[in-house]
Design a protein around this ligand. Structure first.
Ligand SMILES: *Cc1c(COP(=O)(O)O)cnc(C)c1O
Length: 343
């Protein structure tokens, strides 16, 4: 594929919160060394991958489900816990998949406005209806750049009836400094109504692979596995997941690179007079009445950023933190746009 063919083809993607550093450098060698026989069906139980997750996160394999991306696990959680006479609660600016999987399960969506950009846990707990079966939360959240603490989350868990499944989507947790993280997997070990979801698509840099996992009670995991396609996780994905989990160094480097890149973007955009909001994940929000114009301008310069108009946020762009040179390129183009504006 010739990426330089059209002048409007984005060359730098800062739109989908992927890892611009790629994935663990040892991953492909590790997979090919395993000499996977692709003429055979994959292990439907993901035994070796679950063993790795079990040892790394301190949870028994009967409390682990593996999905074809976290989107798959969201869908499985919805279809196993929701039906046409039930409802699911989530944030107004929550991840779009929550609405989609709720609607696909035929259930009713109840959207709770954020408090500023923060997930309003109190309002969510107080909005649980008689027919509510699931609450979807992401922390760090996306695209709203919110983050809640362990203390507020535990208080929330104590407020919500145990009949409601709480799905805590931690797609971006690896970007959070370790001391600020919720001990979510430890909590899920003994909270029957908590399901924690993780993905390999963001910090692990494997969005193209489609792999995620969930930790919950044995009963929840059984319900999810009961409706899962038996061979939904390919052999290559299972091997890659193991290799990725064995490279802590890559994740630490990614977190450090992301932190520096976020400082660079926030500082640079602030210096140009833009209103920017940090997240605890790998993106920032740029707030401007010119959001649409800025996005189109950047596209002509080969940089893709995410419009949030479809989320009902026409005045915001979500920009994934890139590599240093990518961030500089974006800042240089926007500095030029500022000069053109003021002429
Ligand atoms: C990216 C993302 C996911 C991950 O989805 P995959 O299907 O694993 O790629 C899940 N939740 C949120 C909030 C995300 O931003």
């Amino acid at each position: 594929m010739d990426l330089t063919a059209g002048s409007n083809v984005p060359l730098i993607s800062m739109a989908l919160n992927e890892n611009p550093s790629g994935h663990s450098p040892t991953l492909l060698a590790s997979i090919s060394n395993q000499a996977a026989d692709l003429s055979r069906y994959p292990d439907g139980d993901c035994y070796a991958l679950k063993q790795t997750i079990s040892q790394k996160f301190g949870v028994v394999t009967s409390q682990i489900a593996v999905g074809n991306g976290t989107d798959d696990l969201l869908d499985l959680a919805a279809r196993s816990h929701l039906s046409p006479n039930r409802s699911a609660l989530f944030c107004r600016f929550g991840f779009t998949a929550y609405r989609k999987v709720t609607e696909l399960a035929g259930a009713r969506c109840i959207k709770i406005p954020e408090n500023g950009w923060e997930t309003d846990l109190n309002k969510i707990a107080n909005s649980v209806a008689a027919d509510t079966s699931v609450i979807f939360l992401s922390n760090p959240s996306n695209p709203a750049p919110g983050y809640f603490t362990e203390a507020s989350f535990v208080a929330f868990l104590n407020q919500v009836p145990s009949s409601v499944l709480i799905v805590l989507d931690e797609a971006y947790v690896e970007f959070v400094e370790p001391h600020r993280r919720i001990k979510s997997i430890a909590i899920a070990r003994d909270r029957p109504n908590l399901l924690v979801l993780r993905t390999f698509s963001k910090a692990y840099g494997l969005a193209g692979l489609r792999l995620g996992f969930g930790v919950g009670s044995e009963a929840t995991i059984r319900k999810i596995n009961a409706i899962r396609q038996p061979f939904s996780i390919g052999t290559v994905s299972q091997l890659a997941g193991i290799a990725a989990l064995n490279d802590d160094r890559f994740i630490e480097d990614t977190r450090a690179r992301n932190r520096d890149g976020m400082d660079q973007l926030v500082g640079g955009l602030g210096g140009l007079g833009y209103e920017v909001i940090r997240s605890c994940a790998n993106f920032i929000l740029l707030q401007s009445h010119q959001a649409d114009k800025i996005q189109k301008f950047l596209a002509t310069r080969g940089i893709a950023v995410r419009s949030l108009a479809s989320y009902g946020l026409p005045d915001a762009l979500r920009i994934t933190v890139g590599l240093e040179l990518q961030n500089s390129a974006l800042l240089n183009h926007l500095a030029e746009a500022r000069r053109l504006e003021s002429q």
